[in-house]
Design a binder for this molecule. Structure first.
Ligand code: CP
Ligand code: NVA
Length: 336
């Protein structure tokens, strides 16, 4: 077992294939523990007893926040949900990080810049976990891969994912990094304007070369989904980009995940994943607003697909908790 104690979890780029596989195995074992099934003896007891964890959210969250809290409580840690702090307003990131590092064993941060979270890690001296930035969403990937493994029975290096939509957002970047590290096939279908950054593709190319991962980008969703295990999408407008709603709808209206697209995979058992939240109906205030402005009832995925037997989105959401628990345990606990 490779010890990851004391390390931050800012991006999967920082972890080797073996380490990411270890996070996945630990997630499986901790999930078994939670469900009262057999699990390894070294995971007995409260693995995070006497640990104090602080959660900072500069963007909204349901799954990530609840996952960190429930995971911490399950393993005996105390949690502070920090709101209205001085950070970045009256006090620098550096000074805040130094203060938090004196009081807490670990820091979760969700917000805008990857630089900020890396500063938090450098100055606090304790593990910092990335709960989503503009560029990355690494905890999400562990849940997405684990859920696909559970539903297909395949190991990560045998999985094929097609991501349809905004091909340069945090979730797609994170999935692409994870896919490169794990030797997966990862195909993006997006309009040219929303292709992933060439820098990231170049950075991952040697990684994929080593693991056997196949990463490709196309403008054609039907081509991308051929023979895949999982069709994945995310919102067309990420948090902080709301002023681009009109242009995104114009760019992405032909990239909706529909039953026809699922059929184009040629795989009767193709799975549908989405990090959530999702605009698949009109039951949210933002969807209502978009409907009145643009006349659309569904955005990135149809309600039919979202509610179909192919959709594993709620298993995926549950797995956020088990995988986030694994990240905290691996980086804070002494695992013999
Ligand atoms: N998938 C995800 O990160 O969900 P939340 O925004 O609710 O945390
Ligand atoms: N790309 C989305 C993911 C939400 C979990 C966003 O950043 O808003």
């Amino acid at each position: 077992m490779i010890s990851m104690k004391g390390r931050s979890f800012l991006t999967l780029k920082d972890f080797s294939t073996e380490e990411i596989l270890q996070f996945l195995q630990l997630s499986i074992d901790l999930k078994a523990k939670k469900k009262g099934q057999q699990y390894p003896a070294n995971l007995q007891g409260k693995l995070l007893a006497d640990k104090n964890i602080v959660l900072i959210f500069d963007k909204s969250s349901t799954r990530t926040r609840c996952s960190f809290e429930v995971a911490a409580f399950d393993e005996g840690a105390q949690v502070t949900f920090l709101t209205n702090s001085q950070m970045g307003k009256k006090e620098s990131i550096e000074d805040t990080a130094k203060v938090l590092g004196r009081m807490y064993d670990g820091i979760q941060y969700r917000g805008f810049s990857q630089q900020l979270i890396s500063d938090l890690a450098n100055f606090s001296g304790v593990p910092v976990w990335n709960g989503l930035t503009d560029d990355d969403h690494p905890t999400q990937v562990l849940a997405d891969v684990l859920t696909a493994m559970e539903h297909t029975g395949k190991k990560p290096s045998d999985l094929k994912f097609a991501y349809i939509g905004d091909g340069r957002n945090n979730v797609s970047n994170a999935l692409m990094i994870g896919a490169a590290k794990l030797g997966m096939e990862y195909r993006i279908a997006a309009p040219k304007e929303l292709f992933p950054a060439q820098d990231l593709l170049d950075e991952l190319s040697p990684v994929a070369g080593k693991t056997g991962a196949k990463i490709s980008v196309t403008t054609d969703p039907a081509e991308a989904v051929k023979g895949v295990d999982v069709i994945y999408t995310d919102v067309w407008v990420s948090m902080g980009e709301e002023d681009q709603t009109a242009s995104r709808i114009a760019l992405l209206k032909d990239y909706q995940v529909t039953m026809d697209l699922l059929k184009a995979s040629g795989n009767d058992n193709v799975l549908f994943e989405h990090c959530l939240p999702s605009f698949h109906d009109l039951n949210t205030s933002i969807a209502q607003q978009i409907h009145s402005q643009f006349g659309l009832e569904e955005l990135e995925v149809t309600d039919e697909v979202f509610r179909s037997k192919h959709s594993i989105v709620f298993d995926e959401a549950e797995n956020r908790m088990h995988t986030i628990k694994a990240v905290m345990v691996a980086t804070l606990a002494d695992l013999a």
